[in-house]
Each structure stands twice: as structure tokens, then as C-alpha cells.
Design a protein around this ligand. Structure first.
Ligand code: G6P
Length: 369
């Protein structure tokens, strides 16, 4: 086992550190940013049907569901096709309205999650086109899908999903930009810019990973918190959910992810000097709004940990701790912003001497409903 960990203390850390390579592998042979070309051979044949879809329904569980939620934001923005994101376990039992012409995107690392499998079987019977975004080659969900794309992240051993998540996002970006270009929904200029931004993700991920030791010191500082709040807006709201999920899975600290502006309708009641609030505050169209949300937390003496864009001077003035990430287009920013949150969860779990690779009560693949 120690050989398989390649010198890392845990599989989770190894898998976090593999991400520059896994995202690169996922894009290799698919993205040619200079030529503005995206090749997704698994879905090419169905492209006319997909581009004419009246709506897309994304079905998944857990971390894969968060990848789906992130995709809702950028698919709608770039493709202008309405997207719904469904928990597989809810979808399968509620007599969902699905018809021919609907496209279902099923996202699953293992390809064996029982709820996801049954949900897509049901949608398939009702005439929808099923695209599978799956990591494990030849898995049940891969086999039952009409078409799809593998995430090529390699085996993921840590129960808490990390590299599979960023690979899912990478495939979802490719799919979105491909459809957007086909539908002529975005300008050639924006399409090329997004392709270039996506191509730069492995390199920027490697830069963020250099903050590992710094993030460890932050984790140690807050490891005894009883509860944490993760806030983000727009493209990064799903990343707030994923950051909270990672922390609770690995460190058993209660954590809630919330849209930053929605906090005033409830979670703000939790804020006191003992509550760490993690803000995803990278530069985007919501930045000023997020800053004012931060001021509201500071006024109530909450502790602020912020993910900010390099060069930002406003955020550090408000935050107790700042993690700087390289500048990126807001559409691409979620795949980068999740990296420090994975490290924060990991180091908090380690600081509490917990079994981060096998958290209690959780299973890597849930094959029962
Ligand atoms: C379990 C795992 C999670 C995973 C979820 C969905 O709960 O512990 O890490 O996100 O299942 O799994 P899937 O294989 O369908 O992505």
C-alpha cells in the first residue's frame, strides 16, 4: 500500500497532487486550444441531437452532483440550453417528466452508484438520450449510456472524491464549449478564450498545490471549530457546497455551503467569533457583492478565510487568512478554487488524527439505494 501511495501519507493527498496530470490527461487528444478544436469522439455522433435538445437534465449523487451543479451554470451561460440538476435518489422516485428530445447527463466516478443507475434506466425508457460522464471504464453506467466521455482520472482510492471531481468538470467544460460552438451561441473570440483558459488549468493547479504547507497552517489554526460556513456566488456557489462536503466527510466538522447572498436568510444567525467562514472570493462579476457579504460577517466577528485572486488588495483587508490563486476567467474558476478547499479539508482531518482515506460510515461506491 505504501508503494501505491508513492511517498504520500494518504491516498487523498496523492490524488489531490495528481490533479495537474489527471486534468491534463483528460484534456489530451480532446482539446486543441490553438486551433480552437474540441474532439469528444464518444459524443460526436450524437452532436446534432444534443445541440437541439430542449433541455438537459443532469443526474448524479454526492460530489458528482456538485460537478453537475457547477455545469448547470456554465452550460446555461455558454449553450443557452435550460439545465436541471437532480439528485438521482430523488429523481428515480418522483415520476419525473422526461421525453424524447431531452438529454440526460449522468455523472459518476464509479459508474456503479445504484440510485444513479436506476434513475438513468428510467429516463432511458422514457426516450431520453443518455450521456455518461464516468471514470471507471466498462462500469454499469458507462455501459447503459448511449454515449459519453470517460474522465480518465485513473483509480481513485480515497473515499472522498478529489481528482475525479476536477476531471468531471474538465469533461463538462469540453462538452459545454463544444455544444456552444455548434449552436453558435458564443462568439468565436470567447470560445477561443475559454479553450485557452481550460488548457491552462493543469499549470495553474500545480501553482495552487505549492500552497500545500501554507494551507496546512490554516487548517491547524481552525481544526477545533465546531461548525464552518462555506460561501460563494454564481459559478462558485457549487464549489462552496463541495468545500463544505469535503470538510465534513474528512474532519467530521459540521459544515454548510450556502450562496453568499442567501446567508442573510438563515445562516447569519450562526455567526459569532467562533465560526470560521470560508469565502470563495475570486475576481468575477460578483466580487463586489461578495466583499459586502464579507463585511457583514466581519461586523459580526466571524473568522474569515478567503480564496482570492492574486493581486487582490481588498479581500485581504477583510479576511483573517487569505489563500491566493492565479487569475482565471470566472467560468473556469471553479475547477481551480476547489483545490485549496480539498487541501483544507485534508489537513484538518490529518490535524485531528482521523482516517482521511476511509472516513467513518462512508463508502467509496454506494451500490445500494
Ligand atoms: C459516495 C462517495 C462520494 C461520491 C458519491 C457518488 O458517496 O463517497 O465520494 O461522490 O458516492 O459516487 P459516484 O461514483 O456515482 O460518483
Amino acid at each position: 500500500e505504501s508503494i501505491e501511495k508513492s511517498g504520500y501519507q494518504h491516498f487523498m493527498l496523492k490524488e489531490i497532487f495528481e490533479q495537474p496530470k489527471t486534468v491534463f490527461d483528460c484534456l489530451r487528444g480532446r482539446l486543441y486550444a490553438d486551433e480552437g478544436k474540441i474532439i469528444l469522439s464518444g459524443i460526436e455522433q450524437y452532436l446534432p441531437e444534443i445541440t437541439q435538445a430542449e433541455r438537459i437534465i443532469i443526474i448524479a449523487c454526492g460530489t458528482s452532483w456538485h460537478a453537475g451543479l457547477a455545469a448547470e451554470y456554465f452550460i446555461e451561460e455558454t449553450c443557452r440550453i435550460p439545465v436541471e440538476v437532480e439528485y438521482a435518489s430523488e429523481f428515480r422516485y418522483r415520476n419525473p417528466i422526461v421525453k424524447k428530445g431531452d438529454v440526460i447527463i449522468a455523472i459518476s466516478q464509479s459508474g456503479e452508484t445504484a440510485d444513479t443507475l436506476v434513475a438513468i434506466e428510467k429516463a432511458k425508457e422514457q426516450g431520453a438520450l443518455i450521456l455518461g460522464i464516468v471514470n471507471v471504464v466498462g462500469s454499469s453506467i458507462a455501459r447503459i449510456s448511449h454515449a459519453g466521455a470517460y474522465t480518465h482520472a485513473g483509480p481513485e482510492i480515497g473515499v472522498a472524491s478529489t481528482k475525479a471531481f476536477t476531471a468531471q468538470l474538465a469533461v463538462l467544460y469540453l462538452t459545454a464549449f463544444k455544444i456552444a460552438q455548434h449552436r453558435q451561441n458564443i462568439s468565436e473570440e470567447k470560445y477561443l478564450m475559454l479553450c485557452k483558459e481550460l488548457e491552462a488549468v493543469p499549470e495553474k493547479t500545480a501553482q495552487i498545490l505549492q500552497l500545500n504547507e501554507y494551507i496546512e497552517t490554516i487548517a491547524r489554526k481552525y481544526k477545533d471549530a465546531v461548525s464552518c460556513l462555506f460561501l460563494g456566488r454564481g459559478y462558485n456557489f457549487p464549489i462552496a457546497l463541495e468545500g463544505a462536503l469535503k470538510l465534513k466527510e474528512i474532519s467530521y466538522i459540521h459544515a454548510e455551503g450556502y450562496p453568499a447572498a442567501e446567508m442573510k436568510h438563515g445562516p447569519i444567525a450562526l455567526v459569532d467569533e467562533k465560526l470560521p467562514v470560508i469565502f470563495i472570493a475570486t475576481k468575477d462579476q460578483y466580487h463586489e457583492k461578495v466583499i459586502s457579504n464579507m463585511q457583514e460577517i466581519k461586523a459580526r466577528k466571524g473568522k474569515i478565510i478567503a480564496i482570492a485572486t492574486e493581486g487582490d488588495t481588498i479581500t485581504p483587508a477583510l479576511a483573517d487568512d487569505v489563500i491566493f490563486v492565479p487569475e482565471a476567467d470566472e467560468i473556469i474558476s471553479p475547477i481551480l478554487n476547489v483545490i485549496p478547499l480539498q487541501l483544507l479539508a485534508y489537513h484538518t482531518g490529518v490535524a485531528k488524527d482521523l482516517d482521511v482515506d476511509k472516513p467513518r460510515n462512508l463508502a467509496k461506491s454506494v451500490t445500494v439505494e
